[in-house]
Write a protein that binds this ligand. Structure first.
Ligand code: FUC
Length: 354
């Protein structure tokens, strides 16, 4: 007899245990038309995203591993849900309502991606759910008051929904018992060819502006026009050419055109060999376009492929980095009684569906 969970395209199995002895489960979402997504409870992480290419051959378009052990040893944040505040907070400090807060600094004296034990390190709880829109799973996490130095207890969820033959939708919600900054994102490294570097991909970003950074990747506070800079992706550019023009990879926050809180297109990336096109839509004011600059080839990923520099690109939909220290950036403060919401869709086109 078919398990009940199979009926709505969701199955799960034990994936392994954390070094602390906590069980980690892997959920598979299958749309029956060739798209499969795997997500694990450690970090509410996307571990696999498989779609048919233009010939109907399956390609793994997200970097990942087949075992929990490999995830634990590999580069951090691969596919993970990142929080309480994604990206950097300068010197791990911010002032709010006359009080100074100090966060754990885990990156060159700055706070990065929620600190030493961010949301990517937590084992999230799962709630079974049936969605009419497609196979879906919702993860829950409670971040206690004082977590990494943040005020307020935050209760949050992220729901992955596989939209049949279309793509993946991520919906985030959060509430807090005290005023706190919050900025959640997903850190999937995409590679539409499946492996190798992503320099043959072409990239178009719906951004007229970006937020320049200093040598430590901390925003200067300026919101600058992309025109006449290597950040100009308003018409599609081959990534390799853009990296050459920039003198290295990208690790920058781009401002998405149009009204925030409304789902709108932010990026279109295509790859000639697979014929696949990834289109990101988001409600967020910006996204970090990161080209895997720090991947160094020491980790062997799925199907035996090395994760070398530029082996994947991330489109981390989020608020601007270091927002608590820049009054001209859209606020990321969440107060008791309010609800934080974020939605991002990764749509795949060019697939030959079965
Ligand atoms: C991205 C980058 C960072 C860092 C991290 C692993 O979010 O902005 O520089 O390398 O990923």
């Amino acid at each position: 007899m078919q398990a009940e969970s199979d009926l709505h395209g969701v199955t799960n199995r034990l994936f392994g245990q954390t070094p602390g002895g906590e069980d980690v489960y892997l959920y598979t979402l299958d749309d029956g038309a060739g798209f499969t997504v795997e997500v694990m409870t450690l970090g509410a992480t996307l571990t696999r995203f498989r779609v048919p290419d233009k010939h109907g051959e399956l390609r793994d378009v997200a970097l990942g591993y087949d075992s929990l052990e490999a995830f634990l040893q590999g580069p951090r944040y691969l596919g993970a849900t990142v929080g309480r505040v994604a990206n950097r907070i300068a010197n791990g400090r911010f002032r709010m309502m006359g009080q100074e807060y100090e966060l754990h600094c885990n990156n060159n004296g700055h706070h990065l991606h929620g600190g030493a034990s961010g949301f990517d390190q937590a084992v999230w709880k799962v709630e079974d759910r049936v969605s009419l829109r497609g196979p879906s799973v919702r993860f829950h996490h409670i971040s206690p008051e004082g977590d990494e130095g943040y005020p307020g207890e935050v209760t949050c969820s992220v729901t992955y929904t596989l939209l049949p033959g279309k793509g993946l939708e991520l919906t985030y919600k959060a509430k807090s018992t005290g005023v706190t900054p919050i900025n959640l994102t997903n850190h999937t490294y995409f590679n539409l060819a499946g492996h190798g570097d992503v320099l043959q991909h072409t990239v178009m970003l719906d951004s007229d502006y970006f937020t320049p950074v200093n040598t430590e990747l901390i925003p200067t506070g300026e919101v600058k026009a992309v025109a006449n800079t290597p950040m100009d992706f308003r018409t599609a550019v081959r990534l390799g050419a853009a990296v050459d023009a920039n003198g290295g990879g990208f690790d920058h926050n781009f401002v998405v055109k149009g009204a925030t809180r409304v789902l709108r297109r932010a990026a279109v990336v295509s790859e000639p060999d697979s014929g696949l096109v990834l289109i990101m839509h988001t409600t967020e004011p910006g996204f970090q376009f990161y080209t895997g600059n720090f991947l160094d080839g020491t980790h062997v990923g799925r199907n035996g492929h090395n994760y070398v520099q530029y082996a994947g690109f991330c489109l981390e939909a989020q608020h601007y980095p270091d927002s608590p220290n820049h009054v001209n950036f859209p606020t990321i403060l969440l107060a008791p009684g309010q609800e934080y919401r974020q939605q991002t869709r990764y749509v795949l086109e060019g697939c030959k569906l079965s």
